[in-house]
Design a protein around this ligand. Structure first.
Ligand SMILES: Nc1ncnc2c1ncn2[C@@H]1O[C@H](COP(=O)(O)OP(=O)(O)OP(=O)(O)O)[C@@H](O)[C@H]1O
Ligand SMILES: [Mg+2]
Length: 258
């Protein structure tokens, strides 16, 4: 049985706009599963529905079930899910900029090993007393992951690790995530724009568009899939030099697997 089992969930914003329409996905224990798809597809909404962070935006799971470790946890609040070991690293506001690196790491600490964090993210070790607001983009992601690890997760949901970062930094981060699976046996659901980087470390992937899963498969099969290659892999290379905003707009115009 999968550690996380999401069954045909539907999420509605403001009682009106349906952002997620019947998404079903599984994350087996000890695996990395990635959720890919264009802007506005519903990736963040899905992660927030699983982790309980919908209330602030007047959103609600109106149908379906979230099963975590065999238990229905649909609609549970985040603090209760965190105690069960279901932890979200959110898309935005991953860290507290006005607190130090150490203070950030302590924020959700439930007895995890601080020194172990620095073995995965050695760049943070020398910056313990620095304000997090001065960290580079990559270091911020490391700090967010490190802080989440100190919540002692069994399932880590990660929203956009690579956004706006140089390829070498992305590689370092992905390698760290891979080690979390291989060395700690952590289960990870990774939302990514960078399909190439995510599929490199993932076991399985889902492609979501307009709030629905349009494709799924083993990571290796998705990497070889013609449409995935054109849209996210080959396409990314041919679009090199364009700004992220251009790419975002380009992506908005495209439809997946039309
Ligand atoms: N707070 C909100 N209120 C109303 N609608 C929202 C809200 N947040 C997101 N949506 C809508 O829900 C849909 C899915 O958005 P979501 O943020 O989940 O997409 P995403 O796949 O994470 O996109 P991106 O790649 O840009 O992060 C979009 O149509 C979006 O406009
Ligand atoms: Mg998002």
């Amino acid at each position: 049985m999968s550690l996380l089992d999401v069954r045909t969930i539907e999420v509605v914003y403001h009682r009106a706009a349906t952002a997620v329409q019947g998404i079903t996905l599984q994350v087996p224990a000890g695996r990395i599963v990635t959720l890919l798809g264009p802007n506005g597809a519903g990736k963040t909404t899905t992660l927030r529905a699983i982790s309980g962070f919908l209330d602030a935006d007047d959103a609600r799971v109106t149908d379906g079930d979230v099963i975590f470790d065999g238990e229905a946890v649909t609609g549970w609040l985040p603090h209760r899910l965190v105690r069960r070991g279901l932890v979200l690293v959110p898309e935005r506001e991953k860290i507290f900029e006005t607190l130090t690196v150490m203070e950030n790491l302590q924020a959700c600490r439930r007895g995890g090993d601080l020194d172990a964090i620095f073995t995965y993210f050695p760049q943070l070790a020398g910056r313990r007393r620095q304000l997090a607001g001065y960290l580079s983009g990559g270091e911020r992601q490391m700090l967010a992951l490190g802080g989440a690890l100190l919540c002692q997760p069994r399932l880590l949901l990660v929203d956009e690790l690579s956004l706006g970062l140089a390829p070498i930094v992305v590689r370092t981060l992905m390698e760290a995530v891979r080690r979390l699976r291989d060395e700690l046996g952590l289960t990870i659901l990774l939302v990514e724009q960078n399909a190439a980087a995510a599929l490199e470390i993932a076991d399985h992937g889902y492609v979501i568009e307009n709030g629905r899963i349009v494709h799924e498969g083993a990571a290796a099969d998705l990497l070889a899939h013609e449409d995935v290659r054109e849209f996210y892999l080959g396409g990314a290379r041919s679009r090199a030099g364009r700004t992220y905003r251009d790419v975002k707009q380009y992506r908005r115009r495209r439809r997946w697997f039309a």
